[in-house]
Write a protein that binds this ligand. Structure first.
Ligand code: ACO
Length: 388
């Protein structure tokens, strides 16, 4: 839509309004590239499919933040810092325990990150301090999320272990058992695949907050608030909830047809950038089959395939395919993870991308300040209450 824009400062110009900032460019970045036409996702030049297969979340987080694959000693030191920071102050655990059991874990994660900031009041107006806070947050978000899972079920908190890998310790803190190799591999891969994705809503939100030179905790908390929504990270929960209600292939096909007829958006499908199959969904789909079989949930996997088939038949020509949230939910469900934890797990991973992008922007930071096209009057006279 084109508007005549006549602001006081600018001479009249014609602007094109991209709803939802579609097409707007915020900054230059060498962190990650989303190729929506080819269905390719790249972190610092490396194809995410390669990283998912061969790297670890720790190494990928290092890559995103420091811009290169680490040498062994560099990764060891980064890993040591992540492990050292796994503990959570008991006062914060007390705060989390006092929140209503029914509150969504994402809301509690917001409280947790704000609380962590209160106990570590440092700023991000230089890269060094911001990096330290970022590493702490990457480490502690996993611990806090696992603790929230247990608090929700009235279970005792499990202290982190410093001898386990990030994904392994995360699963251990949720279940109390050291996960098997496949579970660790799949969780590690899920954390790699969600770690960064261009200038998405939550990344943009956290960068806007950081651009005011607010602190890292506030910026990451804002990212979590943004990720929570059902059109963004929250879609994985809704997608799985829809799938588990479907008891047969016939019912699945009918459900999709009803959604189409009633113009209801189907969660786990569609993407602003990808107009082809989301490469992350492609990788998840491969593992989902195996994990569902292992968990005795092959029927659920078949239902998902039927839903995909029907949606793609109807909407594939419009560029609507499964996105990252469609098959990730199946995997988490088969690993025995509660649905309410799906979006927090997304945050446990995406925090690496948020931190990397905030730190990249910081040295030449300029406060984000777009404008809206004002469409109201400018010459109304104030009328007293009795004359309205
Ligand atoms: N089901 C049905 N129709 C859809 C879907 C869907 N999942 N997604 C988009 N469409 C249709 C819209 O109805 C619209 O149709 P129209 O042109 O006939 O009006 C068209 O495709 C464009 O949709 P928009 O909502 O304008 O696309 P936008 O780029 O703004 O949104 C979004 C992308 C939010 C992801 C959208 O596809 C959606 O709502 N999907 C469902 C929620 C979801 O899965 N979100 C997770 C995304 S991945 C992530 O954030 C991690």
């Amino acid at each position: 839509m084109a508007f005549k824009y006549g602001g006081k400062v600018d001479f009249p110009i014609t602007v094109t309004l991209g709803r939802g900032l579609e097409g707007a460019i915020t900054n230059e970045s060498s962190i990650g590239y989303v190729d929506g036409q080819e269905g390719k996702l790249v972190y610092r030049g490396y194809d995410v499919a390669d990283l998912a297969e061969h790297s670890s979340f720790e190494e990928t987080a290092y890559l995103l933040i420091f811009g290169k694959l680490p040498q062994k000693d560099e990764l060891d030191e980064f890993d040591r810092q992540l492990k050292e920071n796994r503990d959570i102050d008991p006062k914060i655990i007390d705060i989390l325990k006092k929140l209503p059991t029914t509150a969504h874990p994402m809301s509690k994660l917001e409280v947790a990150v704000s609380s962590l900031g209160c106990f570590d009041p440092i700023t991000i107006n230089n890269v060094e301090i911001g990096t330290q806070a970022g590493i702490k947050l990457i480490s502690k978000l996993a611990s806090v999320t696992a603790m929230l899972a247990r608090i929700r079920k009235n279970q005792d908190i499990i202290a982190p272990r410093k001898d386990l890998r990030h994904a392994e310790n995360f699963m251990y803190m949720i279940s109390g058992e050291i996960p098997d190799e496949l579970t660790t591999k799949v969780m590690d891969m899920a954390l790699i695949l969600h770690a960064d994705h261009g200038m998405n809503a939550s990344t943009f939100t956290s960068m806007v907050v950081a651009s005011t030179l607010s602190d890292m905790y506030s910026a990451i908390c804002a990212g979590i608030c943004s990720l929570k929504g059902p059109l963004h990270g929250g879609a994985n929960e809704f997608s799985l909830e829809n799938l588990i209600k479907l008891t047969s292939e016939t019912e699945a096909r009918k459900w999709v047809q009803d959604c189409i007829k009633n113009k209801v958006k189907i969660m786990g499908f569609g993407h602003r950038i990808y107009k082809v199959y989301d490469p992350r969904a492609r990788i998840f789909k491969r593992y989902a089959k195996e994990i569902c079989e292992q968990a005795g949930k092959s029927d659920l996997y078949k239902i998902a395939e039927v839903v995909e088939d029907e949606v793609v038949k109807a909407y594939g020509s419009k560029g609507i395919f499964p996105n990252v949230d469609f098959y990730s939910g199946l995997i988490y469900n088969s690993l025995g993870i509660d649905t309410s934890l799906f979006t927090p797990i997304f945050a446990v991973s995406r925090v690496a991308g948020w931190v990397a992008r905030i730190l990249e922007y910081l040295p030449n930071s300029r406060i984000f300040r777009p404008r809206a096209v004002y469409t109201g009057p400018t010459d109304l006279k104030y009328t007293p209450m009795e004359e309205r």
